[in-house]
Design a protein around this ligand. Structure first.
Ligand code: FAD
Length: 320
């Protein structure tokens, strides 16, 4: 039997770990090199729910399918979540295609929606607890024989080789590593407060305006959110914390007086679209899988399987 091809993944956030697992399962000799540990990446700051996005529907759908299966594994840190979204526009009568895949879906009646919102829906989706889930992915990779080591790579050509495929899962790091200036930080701040017994989530959408979310976890509730394109600061902003707590408490008054446990800032790897693409470089083959913006979890399994497909067919992919 032919010796399995060697694959080196750069990055150990949710993208790198998920990609490494699918490659190891496909029979490749798989190792990861990463500057940071998973618990120090943007992936750990994520609110981490599966929430629909209008692009990359196939990747989103495939990831949801996998997350729904992972609910049954108590060690994975994936749980069912009902989330109500209030919108400042009227929803179409027909259910969107993704709704059929959810655990449940219902459009709110008019009397359930108050101004400034015009409509809303309740999505039976999944929530992920990043510290539990990332540790689960690391264990799953180790059990498949994959290895994880910590080192910064500042030149992909030094690790690329003819008999090895390098997979670039560096998120925002791709801006410098491969000089892709379309990759931009999209700053997000979240406030974790002690959970007073909340089990359902809320999300608001005001077109072009601020949005608020309330997402329960086992011990805390994650409150958000912000999206500031081009902002690099990882320092929490006190005024933003106060605004988030005030608006979240207006959505769910049970949050009133809940102790703040942690304020965290993450830089989403923003890009006009995710880049999942095969590139034949002078030093050897490279597959890119970065630029997931606010949906790294939601896209993770679909993109990871696309990377396997690109390596097995050696070519193609999406970029924009
Ligand atoms: C506030 C907030 C809320 C969010 N909510 C959600 C949500 O509800 N659902 C969802 O799906 N997504 C959400 N996201 C988005 C999600 O966090 C990201 O899309 C995802 O974490 C990106 O993962 P990644 O593995 O591609 O990048 P990262 O987690 O940033 O990991 C990048 C990895 O590459 C390594 N690296 C970078 N450069 C180098 C280098 N030169 N050499 C070696 N290693 C390198 C880093 O050390 C790290 O290990 C949210 C993000 C934020 C900030």
């Amino acid at each position: 039997m032919e010796r399995p091809m060697e694959v080196l993944i750069i990055g150990s956030g949710v993208t790198g770990l998920t990609t490494a697992i699918r490659l190891a399962e496909a029979g490749f000799r798989t190792s990861i090199l990463s500057r940071e540990r998973a618990l120090d990446t943007t992936s750990v700051v994520a609110a981490a729910i599966w929430f629909p996005e209008p692009t990359n529907e196939a990747f989103m759908a495939r990831s949801l399918e996998v997350f729904l299966e992972l609910i049954d594994d108590p060690s994975a840190g994936v749980y069912p979540l009902e989330i109500t979204e209030y919108l400042d526009y009227r929803l179409d009568e027909a259910s969107p295609a993704w709704a059929e895949q959810l655990r449940s879906y219902r459009v709110l009646a008019d009397h359930e929606v108050a101004a400034p919102y015009i409509s809303g829906h309740v999505l039976g989706t999944v929530r992920i607890e990043p510290p539990i889930y990332l540790a689960y992915l690391e264990r799953r990779l180790a059990s498949l024989g994959g290895t994880l080591n910590y080192r910064e790579i500042d030149d992909l050509s030094l690790v690329a080789a003819d008999n090895r495929v390098v997979v670039n899962c560096t998120g925002l790091g791709a801006r410098t590593l491969v000089g892709d200036e379309s990759v931009q930080p999209v700053r997000g701040q979240v406030v974790h407060v002690r959970n007073p017994g909340i089990t359902d989530g809320y999300h608001t959408h005001i077109t072009g305006g601020p949005f608020t979310y309330v997402l329960p976890r086992n011990e805390v509730v994650v409150l958000g959110g912000t999206r500031i394109v081009g902002e690099w600061s990882l320092e929490p902003d006190q005024e933003t914390t106060e605004r988030i707590v005030r608006e979240a408490t207006a959505l769910d008054p049970r949050l009133s007086g809940s102790e703040i446990v942690r304020v965290a800032v993450g830089l989403r790897p923003g890009r006009p679209n995710v880049r999942v693409e095969f590139e034949e470089t002078a030093a050897g083959p490279v597959v890119h899988n970065y630029g997931h913006d606010g949906n790294g979890y939601g896209l993770s399994w679909g993109c990871a399987e696309e990377v396997v497909r690109l390596i097995e067919s050696r070519g193609g992919g999406i970029t924009s």
